[in-house]
Design a protein around this ligand. Structure first.
Ligand SMILES: Cc1cc2nc3c(=O)[nH]c(=O)nc-3n(C[C@H](O)[C@H](O)[C@H](O)COP(=O)(O)OP(=O)(O)OC[C@H]3O[C@@H](n4cnc5c(N)ncnc54)[C@H](O)[C@@H]3O)c2cc1C
Length: 488
């Protein structure tokens, strides 16, 4: 049976209750619901189904099983770089969580529950507006919690508070047989382990996740310190920048960045009080050579989130967290990413080579960043996070936007930047102990023993066993999903 035929779609529509939206090619909304922000990850699903409730997700899964569907992809915020939430290829059935975005909490508890389609902006707003609380999250507020919590979730709060994944207390999941299960530290603990670090749509549909919150800190200060990328002695600045970042107290969340002709340290200071912040800031600056620009600005929590989003993402378009929705073609761009967890501080030889190469960076369309982590972090036991106790999370991207180029130019310009990016990555690769799943890059398999080894490492055998238990027919699959265990 070819799954694209009309009779299949007729059967799908006939078996799915009419109040659940089913959108296929020819429907007025089809292009809109398949649209992504990345020209590299365009896929044509057979149908996009938009359930409103957990029970409706169960109904959809049972129907697709009845019809013998071979690939279901789950879409949250739609940020996968390789289009994995549309299946990573044409022909998937997509369960689109866009109508399940509620966030709720009880005033007495340091917890919130987000539905599987909520965006990070929804969580920031709910937590802050209900008791001035927060959850450590990544930089881009249009990312979805469904993908973010499964891969790790690192940003300008994680050196202080740990990655988002360690805040997950419980998941409600619809599995491949259409049953609802809870995964937490006492029920379905194997699934709980697998979802926390290596989920990425391999094990079922997350209909909600409960996250631990904390009080927003007393002072929040964003800072930016800038040098010119071209004229400065970069290895020397990189050496000093690394020393400043690694010496800083854990309430510092600094990132070293090379992009747009600048070498920058951007960060957030989540200090207990102003006096402590000011003393630590003086010490931080004492490590560094004289910059060309410096900003250190106290702000409230939501201002800080917006400031990060505007200044440190390739998606600097939001003025108001309340108006953020899933990014579609309005922010169309070319984007390819590479990443690596780096356990030790960069040694002198690496700094020399990396610093010299960064000085050759094209002035537009590439970015290299090193996010400082808490290297003493042992994390929660029994999570499937790829690497712990790392000093840096390195991420590097080639990105070309429609602000600066025509649509026809996106791919050629992007490929041109990729040449530089790949050479830069060659310098980081020997230092990496594995790639970050949130930065999905299918070329990563060319570098390590295998794609799976790079993204899942020593967890891979255990993850395959969990896959076999909860999705024995491999319904939830895409090019980077966990495969079934092989039968000996
Ligand atoms: C511009 C940009 C900025 C980013 N910044 C950061 C950052 O600062 N820190 C960081 O850690 N990461 C960052 N990321 C990476 C991001 O965290 C991951 O790409 C994440 O997986 C995206 O989740 P999503 O729901 O938006 O994406 P989607 O494309 O919808 O989903 C990604 C994966 O998760 C699965 N998935 C999504 N929702 C569900 C669900 N409800 N149930 C089951 N599976 C689901 C999908 O099937 C897919 O495999 C960024 C990505 C982009 C594009």
């Amino acid at each position: 049976m070819t799954l694209f035929n009309d009779s299949f779609l007729e059967s799908l529509r006939a078996q799915i209750p009419t109040h659940i939206q089913v959108i296929s090619e020819g429907h007025a909304a089809y292009e809109d619901v398949c649209a992504t922000w990345n020209i590299r990850s365009q896929c044509r699903p057979i149908a996009v189904v938009q359930p409103n409730t957990t029970n409706e997700v169960c109904t959809v899964i049972r129907v697709v099983n009845n019809l013998g569907v071979r690939q279901v992809a789950v879409r949250g915020g739609g940020h996968s770089f390789e289009g994995l939430s549309l299946g990573g290829q044409d022909g998937a059935i997509v369960i689109d969580m866009v109508k399940m975005k509620m966030v709720s909490s009880l005033p007495t508890k340091y917890e919130l529950t987000a539905q599987g389609g909520a965006l990070l902006s929804d969580i920031h707003l709910h937590a802050f507006e209900n008791g001035k609380k927060m959850v450590p999250l990544g930089t881009c507020p249009s990312v979805g919690v469904g993908g973010h919590v499964q891969c790790g979730g690192y940003g300008f709060h994680s050196r202080t508070y740990g990655p988002l994944v360690d805040r997950a207390i419980a998941f409600e999941v619809v599995t491949a047989d259409g049953e609802v299960v809870v995964a937490n530290d006492s029920q379905n603990t194997d699934l709980f382990y697998a979802l926390r670090g290596s989920g990425m749509g391999s094990f079922g549909v997350i209909t909600s996740v409960t996250l631990q919150t904390n009080d927003v800190p007393n002072t929040i200060t964003n800072f930016s310190i800038v040098w010119d990328l071209k004229v400065s002695d970069l290895p020397q600045i990189l050496t000093k920048a690394q020393s400043a970042c690694l010496d800083a107290p854990l309430f510092y969340n600094p990132m070293i960045i090379a992009w747009a002709g600048k070498f920058e340290i951007f960060g957030t200071i989540l200090a207990p009080c102003e006096a402590t912040r000011d003393a630590s800031w003086k010490r931080f600056l004492s490590f560094l050579p004289r910059p060309s620009f410096i900003k250190m600005q106290p702000m409230d929590y939501l201002e800080s989130v917006l400031d990060i989003s505007k200044n440190q993402t390739s998606a600097p378009w939001y003025d108001d967290l309340k108006t953020i929705g899933r990014e579609k073609r309005e922010h169309f761009r070319f984007m390819k990413i590479k990443s690596g967890f780096i356990r030790e501080p960069l040694d002198d030889e690496s700094i020399q080579a990396i610093g010299n190469f960064l000085a050759t960076q094209p002035s537009t369309g590439v970015r290299v960043q090193l996010l400082a982590l808490d290297a003493s972090d042992d994390g929660m036991p029994d999570t499937s996070v790829r690497a712990r106790r790392c000093t840096w999370l390195m991420g590097m991207s080639a990105y070309i936007t429609k602000r600066d180029h025509t649509e026809d130019e996106l791919i050629p310009e992007g490929k041109c930047r990729l040449l530089w990016l790949n050479q830069a990555y060659d310098l980081f690769r020997p230092l990496s102990v594995g790639a970050y799943l949130g930065d999905d890059d299918l070329d990563e398999g060319n570098n390590f023993a295998s794609l799976m080894e790079s993204f899942y490492g020593h967890h891979f055998p255990g993850l395959k066993r969990v896959k076999g238990k909860y999705d024995p027919r491999n319904l939830f699959n895409h090019p980077l999903s966990i495969p079934l265990p092989t039968v000996d």
